[in-house]
Design a protein around this ligand. Sequence first.
Ligand SMILES: *[C@@H]1O[C@H](CO)[C@@H](O)[C@H](O)[C@H]1NC(C)=O
Ligand SMILES: *[C@@H]1O[C@H](CO)[C@@H](O)[C@H](O)[C@H]1NC(C)=O
Ligand SMILES: *[C@@H]1O[C@H](CO)[C@@H](O)[C@H](O)[C@H]1NC(C)=O
Ligand SMILES: *[C@@H]1O[C@H](CO)[C@@H](O)[C@H](O)[C@H]1NC(C)=O
Ligand SMILES: *[C@@H]1O[C@H](CO)[C@@H](O)[C@H](O)[C@H]1NC(C)=O
Length: 509
Amino acid sequence: MQPYASSLMLAFLLTLILLSLGVEVHGADYYTINDFPADFIFGAGSTAYQVEGAANEDGRTPSIWDTFAHAGLAGGATGDVACDEYHKYKADVQLMVETGLEAYRFSISWSRLIPNGRGPLNLKGLQYYNNLIDELLSNGIQPHVTLHNFDLPQALEDEYGGWVSRDIIEDFRDYADACFREFGDRVKYWNTVNEPNVFAIGGYDQGAVPPQRCSPPFGVKNCTKGNSTTEPYLVVHHILLAHSSAVRLYRRKYRSKQQGFVGISVYTFGFLPQTNTEEDVLAVKRARDFLVGWVLEPLMNGDYPASMKTRAGARIPAFTDRESKQVKGSSDFIGLIYYTISNISDNQDSLKQKSRDFGRDMAANILETSRLFTAEEFLIAPWGLQQVLETFKVLYGNPPIFIYENGQRTARNISLEDVSRVKYLQAHIGGVLDALRNGSNTKGYFAWSFLDLLELLDGYKSAFGLYYVDLDDPHLTRYPKLSAKWYSQFLKGRKTSSIVTPIQFPSSS
Ligand SMILES: *[C@@H]1O[C@H](CO)[C@@H](O)[C@H](O)[C@H]1NC(C)=O
Ligand SMILES: *[C@@H]1O[C@H](CO)[C@@H](O)[C@H](O)[C@H]1NC(C)=O
Ligand SMILES: *[C@@H]1O[C@H](CO)[C@@H](O)[C@H](O)[C@H]1NC(C)=O
Ligand SMILES: *[C@@H]1O[C@H](CO)[C@@H](O)[C@H](O)[C@H]1NC(C)=O
Ligand SMILES: *[C@@H]1O[C@H](CO)[C@@H](O)[C@H](O)[C@H]1NC(C)=O
């Protein structure tokens, strides 16, 4: 790592790259921020455990992610210190201002705000999030807040098994209530649970992410608890009920006064059939049902996709009429987490196996998943994102979308001249512009990630940040990469008012 490359050199490189990119990228070839609607917002993101540090300070208690990391399952790394944003938030907000960010997506650590998962608030945690939100707003940066990102308080996991129990619904709703009450005068965009599909598959089928539950023969890690056959379905079911319960409460108690919006996010690939055979084309349809329809169809129609119910049978829980009505229409917007395309192939043999799990029920192989554990760079294929935005438009009712994560993975310490990240961002933002011109209802784009941070699967080995954080430096100094400079130049091109007005969507019932 050469963090001291002169800024002159960077400026020179940036110019070269900007000159050359136009001809290399797909999507809108030459564009500026002014080609986007005036109220389309651009930001960058992080989440609590990945950047805050201060894991054992000021009353915070461990989450299931702390437990996972301390068991050595995140490449041996932990978030005990991470980027120390807990202490450095003012400087980080200044860095956001310098970059020209219009919005910042972060998450609240439930176990920092409510150390036992339920009960009294931790005043120091409350103070921290109040400070962060105020610092953002006084600098003209719009906060987008996630409530749960793989970090359930360990106390609730220990008490009743966390998301596998229905008890979680009430505790999550009460936690959301506390956040709406304390911060909702200033926060207008809420994401209840981040990517429940990845949390359920990774955490309860494969055991690869917190809370590391799985059962043989399915786990990729040795789990001590779990049931891969049933729990992934149960967990998404409880998440949908907890989400919709929090939204119902928001609409009744806070919406008329606070005028905010509450959504949920979902992870997706761009889907590519491995071959043009009918089997693989049908496998794509099934994989989309299982990954995306699983979360979005209940929100749209009040029930799971038929293909899932057929294959999972009684293992996928049924909604009662009352629950179905509560879930349907319970998202004001969808947060989209998108990185790459994935080849899908048919796998009917999996249905003949005696023991089944989510993967076998899907009867399709998703080839990209095997590469999630590497620091390999993603292909620059913005058409994958365009395809996803098109299917959200055509299949899922064209909901308002915030692209909450999108970015390029590299090894952490390669170089500040992250040319492939610049190319990736330029191409994908261009793809979003093309999708908008074709009728997508996308409202904002958040580059993942603002800083190089603790990644879920491989700790500090891979990185997505616009800023490099020098972990060998006790001050954890941040250094802009070429991508930060590119993004900044793009953002600062905005000609209309720099004051970002909140976006209004038509309200769902
Ligand atoms: C980057 O990190 C890897 C593994 O930690 C190490 O082998 C490599 O030498 C480092 N590269 C640089 C440029 O520091
Ligand atoms: C699981 O544990 C067994 C016995 O300790 C060990 O041999 C095996 O490598 C472990 N598997 C994984 C995926 O860690
Ligand atoms: C998982 O749950 C199902 C349904 O309750 C049960 O039949 C199966 O034996 C369980 N599997 C494990 C590994 O506990
Ligand atoms: C995905 O399929 C394309 C062709 O359809 C092929 O070029 C590519 O190598 C495949 N990728 C993987 C990981 O199999
Ligand atoms: C644009 O939208 C139309 C109508 O939904 C669709 O047929 C077409 O494939 C879309 N184009 C792209 C590139 O997604």
